[in-house]
Design a protein around this ligand. Structure first.
Ligand code: PEP
Ligand code: MG
Length: 922
């Protein structure tokens, strides 16, 4: 069967979103549900793909469109572009995945000069000319490609001439004049005019919507969202209904729950005597949905009932565009709504509680990136500090930076390393690069459903909209408050997207209350009640006591979903930590051990010099003894904090350039002293000589890890002795220390064999010296070089566990320096699309991932049941965790702040592997 090019609403359903786009599929579904949807049809993505491939509409399409319009005429009792009650249509884009505001729409298609004149004599002329000016403007911009500024200039002139502030205040004569001016400007600008044949209007509008799939902003949006360029958009053609016929009409956008907070009450904006675009572009002040109850009680009641029907049907948050035409409600669009990260957690937990979705579905409706954004710090607002202005909390978070007033400046300043806050009167789709570059966005106009709000929320940017006390003057590059304060470009400001407040200056931040209030992963803890009713405020790390009510709700939801993730997880989460406080905090946040203790991190700061002395001076016994004594104290604290849980101590892996002085600096120092005639200390020339001897051209590929053992085994001995002594001491106290030793940067089994023999010898000798019969610690190996991965079967013969060091494994597989690649070329690789994802952030599944898979297979073939961990940065990255759990690892070990993110993701990974999806409606 050939793929259809056109499907009437009455013949589709929501499962057809690939073909009908989200909008077309959902309009069909609402039609099926018996909701009041205007009649219409959808031109499929297949037609768009052919148009994009060949440059013209498929041959049969015009005939199909004619037939479908004739059917529309029949079902509506109207004639397209003719008669006293003509059929006019909207032509709208609608891709498989929602791309809000990124593509084009043309409304009121079918209206011509003759028809407008005729209608203006028979019905409200103001309404007729208002529709016509909208058509001319949208057609001019979308189909003929006229810049928006042409219309802005004309509009300003006509408004001034009629002494009014907005087009909504123009009378029929003014609007008619505006149409004339628009038309003249259009011809002057593009050499073309609005066709006077309704069919020509319709087909060229369809072409324009097809083409808008490839507009630069649509492409940018897709590359950010990972939406394939090959999908194409569908086009819905629908009978026009009018929200601009007078005081008993209007348009609105609403959600079945609050998309910013997750609160279960419906939420939305409504605008009387307006079409949908007036609501979302923020050009006029909307009223809250609740006001519709007073204005149009019947429509309001029906709308709430339809919202409830839709939410139950889709089993998810639904957003709806609607129009009230002369008190009659019409549903123009629905989709599963976008939501803030906080709302995602609250809704998922609430819907599971209500029985609308399962706990598994709730878990996969949230993700680690959303949790990560909730874990971000917030402002610490000093008492008595009041905001400069307040607006709507459109997207939560805290962002401080310098004020900018246009997208290009935002992008440029961000590229130079500055955090920027983008101020706009209202945003349009053209502002996307600026929104992405900004840490926060502030708009004077627009509600929670405005473009700025939707886009910022989707991308996790802090955002405050509808700041009515602010006049943003983009030309003067400043924003003025009604009380007379001025924010100029370059001024520092702080934006609280959770409270909807904007402050002057950069405020201090405090940790996220969610991060502070998370429970352990001990599933027997009462704090982990999965009923969602656990009280907030009397547990956790203290910050919850100050939590606002909303914080408390979010925290409860996060706890509930994390608890479920823990129950479902097949993979454990450990932490990379070297200090007892970090370890304790991570344990409280759910870490089940230390997967990587970097011993060289215990020798930073003032202690660095000890390593230098051991390496450069073969008689530095006192330095060595000091290293051992310090390590003993550190290990005692660490093992105590992780009592009963594994602590994997990695042998010293100090890239020597990080621990030895720079020979050039020393040479300069010697020369300076000599030049000034000062006495050169005796030790300096020999120190210089020694550093030169140890200097390496490629230190990251040099004397590191296991290689150090052959040159300075005494360093290894000191750490092994300290670890065994610490464990023996704690065991004598009745604790249960579980130290393990891991050998880094191994490429060949012979290296591991030598290291293992040495470690066991020292450990056993230490135990004998202490009179202890504790067994020696388990010895494992890091897989962080390609050769180690490829010879994993050999290594598994000796190693009791593997831990993948994906940082070095990425560096050496790609041959890219992990220290320099971002600065030197990876960023331009990303912008040019050569390498959209930084392999040091998200694991490269094709290359590095293949090595991981090989090592897992070969390692486990040689030693069944071999324990496998991951301790590179990727162990805290949501997408990488999903991949790694699929490879069969036993645990991921990440930095302390990411422990909750990893817990969530390992739980989700199990559920996703079982085929549960977030919703069957997306
Ligand atoms: C790694 O290489 O992934 C690793 C964990 O070790 P480090 O980052 O300390 O080199
Ligand atoms: Mg490494």
């Amino acid at each position: 069967m050939t793929t259809p090019l056109l499907v009437p609403f009455s013949h589709g359903e929501r499962g057809m979103a690939d073909l009908l786009g989200g909008k077309g599929a959902n309009l069909a579904e609402m039609t099926r549900l018996g909701l009041p949807v205007p009649h219409g049809f959808t031109i499929t993505t297949e037609a768009c793909r052919e148009y994009l491939r060949t440059g013209h509409r498929p041959e049969e399409l015009d005939g199909l469109v004619r037939g479908a319009v004739v059917a529309l005429e029949r079902s509506t009792g109207r004639t397209f572009g003719e008669g006293d009650q003509p059929l006019l249509v909207s032509v709208r884009s609608g891709a498989r995945f929602s791309m809000p505001g990124m593509m084009e729409t043309v409304l009121d298609v079918g209206l011509t000069d003759a028809l407008a004149e005729r209608l203006a004599q028979r019905q409200d002329p103001r309404f007729v000319w208002d529709c016509y000016r909208r058509l001319v403007e949208m057609y001019g911009r979308t189909v003929l490609g006229a810049p928006a500024t042409v219309f802005d200039t004309m509009r300003s002139e006509v408004l001034a001439a009629h002494d009014v502030a907005s087009a909504a205040e123009l009378d029929a004569t003014g609007l008619r004049a505006l149409v004339r001016r628009y038309r003249r400007a259009l011809v002057a600008e593009t050499g073309e005019d609005l066709p006077q044949d309704p069919w020509a209007q319709l087909t060229s509008s369809i072409d324009a919507v097809f083409s808008s799939w490839n507009s630069p902003r649509a492409r940018l949006y897709r590359s950010h969202e990972g939406i394939p360029d090959t999908l194409g958009t569908a086009v819905t053609v629908m009978q026009m209904v009018y929200g601009n016929t007078g005081p008993h009409s209007g348009s609105g956008v609403c959600f079945s729950r609050n998309p910013a907070t997750g609160d279960a009450a419906p939420y939305g904006d409504y605008l009387t005597d307006a079409q949908g675009e007036d609501v979302v572009n923020g050009s006029r002040a909307t009223v809250p949905l609740a006001r519709l109850a007073d204005l149009e009680p019947t429509a309001h009641r029906e709308l709430l009932s339809h919202l409830s029907t839709l939410e139950k049907h889709y089993r998810d948050l639904c957003d709806v565009e609607f129009t009230v035409e002369d008190s009659r409600l019409w549903m123009l669009q629905t989709r599963v709504g976008k939501r803030s990260p906080a709302a995602a957690f609250v809704m998922a937990a609430d819907m599971a509680e209500e029985g609308l979705i399962t706990e598994d579905e709730a878990l996969v409706r949230v993700d680690g990136n959303q949790l990560e954004s909730l874990l971000h710090a917030r402002f610490d607002v000093p008492e008595g500090t009041s905001p400069l202005v307040t607006g709507l909390p459109a997207s939560p978070g805290a962002g401080a930076g310098t004020a900018v007033f246009d997208s290009a400046t935002a992008v440029a300043r961000r590229a130079a390393g500055e955090d920027v806050v983008l101020f706009r009167t209202e945003t349009s789709a053209e502002d996307l690069p600026g929104i992405l570059a900004a840490i926060a966005v502030v708009t004077a106009r627009g509600g929670l459903a405005s473009h700025a709000a939707v886009v910022a929320r989707g991308f996790g940017r802090t955002c405050v909209t509808g700041v009515s006390d602010l006049v943003v003057d983009e030309d003067a590059r400043e924003a003025r408050t009604t009380s007379g304060q001025v924010v100029r470009e370059g001024d520092l400001v702080s934006v609280d997207g959770t409270a909807g407040a904007v402050y002057a200056g950069a405020l201090a931040v405090r940790p996220s209350p969610v991060a502070g209030g998370l429970p352990t992963s001990d599933t027997t803890s009462p704090a982990l009640s999965t009923t969602g009713t656990a009280p907030v405020g009397d547990e956790g790390a203290g910050t919850t006591s100050q939590a606002t009510t909303h914080d408390g709700v979010v925290l409860r939801a996060v706890r509930r979903l994390l608890a479920h993730a823990d129950q479902r997880a097949a993979v454990k989460v450990r932490v990379n930590a070297e200090t007892a406080p970090e370890a304790a905090e991570a344990r409280a946040a759910g870490a089940t051990g230390i997967g990587l203790c970097r011993t060289e991190h215990m020798l930073l700061g003032e202690r660095r010099e000890l390593v230098e002395r051991v390496v450069l001076d073969s008689h530095a016994d006192d330095a060595l003894a000091r290293i051992e004594a310090l390590a003993l104290d550190d290990f005692v604290d660490l093992l105590r904090a992780m009592d009963g849980l594994p602590v994997v101590v990695r042998l010293l892996d100090p890239p020597l350039h990080e621990f030895l002085p720079d020979p050039t600096d020393l040479a300069v120092e010697v020369a300076r002293l000599e030049a000034t005639g000062a006495v050169v200390p005796d030790a300096l020339p020999s120190r210089l000589e020694a550093t030169r001897r140890w200097a390496e051209a490629n230190p990251m590929l040099g004397l590191r890890g296991v290689r150090l053992l052959t040159v300075h085994p005494e360093l290894v001995d000191a750490h092994v002795r300290a670890l065994v002594t610490a464990a023996t001491r704690l065991a004598a106290e009745g604790l249960d220390p579980r130290p393990e030793v891991m050998v880094p940067l191994v490429s060949d089994v012979a290296e591991l064999a030598a290291a293992r023999e040495h470690i066991l010898e020292v450990a056993e000798q230490t135990s004998r010296d202490l009179g202890s019969d504790r067994p020696a610690p388990r010895v494992g190996v890091m897989i962080e070089l390609p050769r180690a991965a490829l010879t994993a079967d050999d290594l598994a013969g000796l190693a009791e566990f593997f831990s993948f060091g994906t940082n070095d494994l990425t560096q050496t597989t790609w041959g890219m320096s992990r220290d320099d690649a971002q600065a030197s070329f990876l960023t331009s690789y990303a912008t040019s699309g050569l390498l959209p994802e930084d392999p040091f952030v998200t694991l490269d599944q094709r290359g590095v991932g293949e090595l991981v898979r090989i090592a897992v297979d070969r390692g486990r073939a040689a030693r069944p049941g071999l324990e496998l961990g991951v301790c590179g940065e990727h162990a805290g990255d949501p997408a990488s965790i999903r991949f790694l759990t699929g490879c069969g690892v036993d645990y991921v070990s990440c930095s302390p702040p990411r422990v909750p993110v990893a817990r969530l993701e390992v739980g989700r990974a199990t559920v996703l592997q079982e085929g549960v999806s977030a919703s069957d409606s997306r």
